[in-house]
Design a protein around this ligand. Structure first.
Ligand code: C2O
Ligand code: CU
Ligand code: CU
Length: 517
């Protein structure tokens, strides 16, 4: 039985509304425990060592949950395809847009020239093509990804599963090549009773959309079976629009060995790990010596300060995938290198900037949300708007507001406006950004074109703490009222975006840019 039948809470939601039960049925029809599929690799057409390919973006009928086909918008007809290159490679990718709306491609995590990664700018119109050309820098090895970035179309495109993985392999990997390693790309989907991607609701816009079908590599709860005692490497991308993944592996500690920007210096043992939208993690797991066992890799509930009625799945653990030991004799123990890389701490900053995240909403937004959320359990009590910045949302053109609640998410009191630049910086300059979350919800803060180090963060009591280990990241979670300090250097000139990686918050204004000269 599917996970949605596990709690009385869900039974309540299912019996009360037809629409809800149709969706839940679909989830149950998706098979579980199929062998984990590898991400489908995008072909390299280049005969040299470098990489050249073509991505065709089009509505693609996919058989997901039943006889009807779901129209997803996919690159090369694949759910979560994979591009694989090596650091130093020259890359040429032609993107053909066969959607009925404009798009762009953002190479999330790649430190490439701005002309090839302009975020919401440089639209590829319907039936047009654009060729991206760049060289992957040395030192940029890691698990990255690509996804669209056109303003006003982004949330819809992400909801239709437009995203792929971009793996940059190092010249020399400190880990042995025969170590079993798997790439996992996590997405979610919500379908309507016709099996098509459901339109956004006000609740989606407010909180960031969470689909009720949770997928790993396009599969529901796939299974990965290995010899008992095996050491394996799992590298994961949270490509969901709004879902936070508080990861835990049944009966196993997890060793974190890498983050968005590549390896940590050495592994860190954790009981659980919070992977927020946009982030990647690199994990080592030493599987139990016991044969014929199964262990769930789960997402535990995490309260990201949801506004209004909470969806049923939010409150229960969800299984992402199942790890299993087979009946083989135990795999021999492996000795892996202690030290994986060197991370030099970034020095004192030359420039300091303040970045405040906030939201503005009118009472109307809350009223329509609670009506819409009738079929869901209401457990959150945040019913108050945050009006410190004036009611800016009401001044937006009506056309922009269609289907969206009158709420805006702001950076330093501003809603994103194309062409408007918030900061000006210099190539090579050491920057320190103090991020202050002055809103009621958690926000995953993301920067384009570079990676940062978190150098200080406030704990729940507001006391500044130094993180336990150095890591290169491009996305970090900020809780309400929390402040944290990032250090970063841009080595490429141009206008670089920074934004909340909850896709709907980004669309509703929580994005700005720095012009690096
Ligand atoms: Cu993956 Cu601008 O983001
Ligand atoms: Cu990005
Ligand atoms: Cu946000």
């Amino acid at each position: 039985l599917g996970l949605l039948t596990l709690t009385p809470l869900t039974t309540f939601a299912m019996s009360k509304h037809h629409q809800g039960s149709a969706t839940n049925l679909r989830v149950r029809q998706l098979p579980e425990h199929l062998p984990l599929r590898q991400l489908p690799e995008i072909e390299n057409f280049s005969s040299s060592t470098d990489f050249k390919t073509r991505l065709t973006l089009a509505p693609t009928p996919v058989e997901l949950t039943g006889p009807e086909h779901t129209a997803l918008w996919l690159y090369n007809n694949q759910i979560t395809p994979l591009i694989q290159v090596t650091e130093g490679d020259s890359v040429e990718i032609q993107v053909d847009n066969h959607l009925h709306q404009p798009t762009t491609v953002h190479w999330h995590g790649l430190n490439i020239p701005n002309s090839e990664d302009r975020g919401p700018h440089d639209l590829i119109a319907p039936n047009q093509s654009r060729t991206y050309r760049f060289q992957v820098k040395q030192g940029n090895a890691g698990l990255h990804w690509f996804h669209p970035h056109p303003h006003d179309y982004l949330a819809d495109q992400i909801a239709h599963s437009m995203a792929g993985a971009f793996l940059v392999k190092p010249y020399q990997d400190p880990l042995p090549a025969d170590l079993p390693a798997y790439l996992l790309m996590v997405t979610d989907l919500r379908l309507d009773s016709q099996g098509q991607v459901a339109p956004h609701t006000h609740v989606d816009w407010m909180n960031g959309r969470e689909g009720d079908i949770l997928l790993v590599n396009g599969q529901r709860n796939p299974k990965l079976e290995l010899a008992p005692g095996s050491t394996l490497r799992l590298r994961m991308i949270n490509a969901c629009a709004g879902r936070y993944l508080r990861l835990i592996l049944d009966k196993h500690p997890i060793q974190l060995i890498g983050t968005d920007g590549g390896y940590l210096e050495q592994s860190v043992e954790l009981d659980e790990l919070l992977l927020v939208p946009g982030q990647r993690c690199d994990l080592l797991i030493k599987l139990s010596d016991e044969p014929n066992q199964t262990f769930a890799l789960q997402k535990l509930p995490y309260d990201r300060n949801w506004m209004g009625p909470v969806p049923a799945h939010y409150l229960i653990p969800e299984t992402l995938m199942t790890l299993a030991t087979n009946s083989d004799s135990p795999a021999p123990a492996r000795v892996l290198p202690q030290r994986l890389t060197e991370i030099k701490p970034l020095a004192e900053a030359e420039v300091r900037r303040q970045i405040e995240l906030s939201e503005v909403m009118s009472n109307h937004a809350m009223v329509s949300m609670s009506q819409e959320g009738d079929d869901q359990q209401s457990v959150a009590s945040h019913q108050q708007g945050h009006g410190n910045h004036g009611n800016k949302a009401q001044h937006r053109p009506a056309s922009m507001m269609t289907g969206r609640p009158p709420v805006e998410f702001l950076i330093n009191g501003e809603s994103f406006t194309p062409g408007q630049i918030m900061f000006t910086g210099k190539v090579g300059q050491l920057e320190e950004w103090e991020i202050f979350n002055n809103s009621h919800m958690d926000h995953p803060f993301h920067v384009h074109g570079t990676h940062f180090q978190v150098v200080a963060e406030q704990d729940a009591a507001g006391v500044w703490q130094t993180p336990d280990y150095l890591a290169w990241r491009d996305t970090v979670n900020v809780q309400p009222n929390q402040r944290l300090k990032l250090r970063l250097v841009f080595d490429e000139p141009g206008e670089w975006m920074f934004h909340c990686h909850i896709i709907e918050h980004e669309e509703l204004g929580m994005m700005a840019s720095i012009l690096v000269q």
